[in-house]
Design a protein around this ligand. Structure first.
Ligand SMILES: Nc1ncnc2c1ncn2[C@@H]1O[C@H](COP(=O)(O)OP(=O)(O)OP(=O)(O)O)[C@@H](O)[C@H]1O
Length: 256
């Protein structure tokens, strides 16, 4: 498998807090790559630093040869790196379909003027965009909620809608920040099936997840953070038997 994302020596400090120190790893094309670690380990800070929400202090971040280091979030999205958020960020008073259509607009070409003038090109693009958004809603399992306002969807469905919106930008890499948080066991199973099928279609996924069983069951490889530093990297089998990981997690027991 070829390398998709190369992260080298990324650090991010907040005043005296070393949220990330010299974190390096590589995500390979077509894998599900987990990022785990205890609370406060730096997982979300890492996603924020990779996707432009935080400016890293040092390091290098490359997505198939394009540097994402200190680029703006919309530039990173356009380069092919989409994400979801730990605290769901949807347009609550817009329908599910409209939320996904917003996500699609990074890949449409009509400018503001064409939209105002309602040109033929603009109308066709909107129709295509709507059809594509509808397909994605079906793809993530909420096709019947097309016209439901985001705020009226169940928690699990809101998380799926976030995934559909991220997919609408046709990313090479999709980072999911705790997608299973608040989901019941059935919803988690559906989410796992969705992630596996996305990988089968060739998408590369990064996953922050507290459900260690889920993450160990689905990830090809993982990186483990503790106090902002990488303490382990490898397959689930390698990671779960790593003494540093065992100590960081449970103070002595093998991780699931
Ligand atoms: N904007 C910020 N300002 C100051 N400190 C921050 C900021 N963001 C994160 N931190 C600190 O950085 C450290 C890492 O936090 P982060 O949220 O990345 O951890 P995490 O591994 O995602 O935790 P959790 O599993 O609880 O979500 C913590 O000590 C946190 O308080």
């Amino acid at each position: 498998m070829s390398d998709l994302l190369r992260v080298a020596n990324v650090s991010k400090h907040f005043g005296g807090i070393k949220a990330l120190t010299d974190v390096s790893f590589t995500v390979r094309k077509g894998e599900i790559f987990g990022v785990i670690g205890p609370n406060g380990a730096g997982k979300t800070t890492l996603f924020n630093a990779l996707t432009g929400l935080y400016q890293p202090d040092t390091g290098a971040i490359d997505l198939v040869g394009t540097s994402l280091y200190r680029r703006k979030p919309h530039e990173i999205l356009k380069a092919g790196f989409a994400r979801t958020f730990q605290n769901i960020r949807l347009f609550h008073n817009m329908t599910a379909l409209e939320n996904v259509m917003v996500g699609r607009h990074t890949r449409t070409t009509s400018g503001v003027l064409a939209a105002l003038l309602h040109t033929a090109h603009n109308r066709k693009e909107e129709r295509d965009c709507m059809a594509y958004a509808q397909q994605l809603l079906t793809r993530v399992g909420i096709g019947k909620h097309t016209h439901t306002l985001a705020k009226n969807l169940s928690y699990g469905d809101q998380r799926r809608l976030e995934i559909a919106r991220a997919l609408a930008s046709e990313p090479k890499l999709l980072a999911l920040d705790e997608p299973a948080a608040g989901m019941n066991p059935n919803e988690k199973n559906a989410l796992r099936d969705l992630m596996v099928s996305l990988r089968e279609e060739g998408l590369t996924l990064m996953l922050i997840e507290h459900d260690v069983k889920l993450v160990m069951g689905i990830c090809d490889r993982l990186v483990v953070l503790d106090y902002g530093q990488k303490i382990a990297e490898g397959t689930p089998d390698v990671v779960r038997h790593d003494p540093k990981v065992i100590a960081a997690y449970l103070g002595g027991e093998v991780v699931v």
